[in-house]
Design a binder for this molecule. Structure first.
Ligand code: AMP
Length: 121
């Protein structure tokens, strides 16, 4: 599979469509999810063209991977989530329910989030 330059997060990175930015550095952009599922729901994406967490883990540089997880940590602190706890989700591929084919993690928090999945296997 090759990276789709027309995915919605590629458009956000190019500035073609707006986002509610919460963090930006050389390698990372983070913004509020347009359809929040929790009081705090932020998406964190690498600026590089990676389709999924598997793609990022296999091909991302050490600098990119470090910057990504440092940003997740900093955002959790800045948003006041670190002490009470939060959840990070990386939906991946068809079975994972990934809708946008540019790697992203969801940071969710601001309340008790309940069980990890809606129903058991
Ligand atoms: P996933 O199912 O993990 O691929 O999640 C994609 C997420 O992107 C969903 O939670 C959407 O609500 C969110 N989303 C889609 N379009 C936008 C947008 N333009 N700005 C912010 N979030 C978006």
């Amino acid at each position: 599979m090759s990276y789709d330059d027309n995915n919605i997060f590629a458009k956000i990175l190019r500035g073609d469509i707006p986002c509610k930015k919460v963090h930006e550095d050389e390698h990372v952009l983070a913004f509020h999810d347009i359809s929040p599922r929790a009081p705090v729901h932020i998406l964190v994406i690498p600026k590089g063209k990676y389709e999924s967490i598997a793609d990022f883990g296999a091909k991302g540089s050490a600098e990119e991977v470090k910057a990504f997880y440092a940003a997740v940590s900093a955002i959790a602190q800045e948003q006041g989530l670190a002490e009470a706890g939060f959840r990070v989700i990386a939906n991946t591929g068809l079975n994972g329910g990934q809708e946008v084919p540019h790697f992203h993690v969801h940071i969710l928090g601001g309340k008790k989030l309940g069980p990890m999945l809606a129903q058991a296997a």
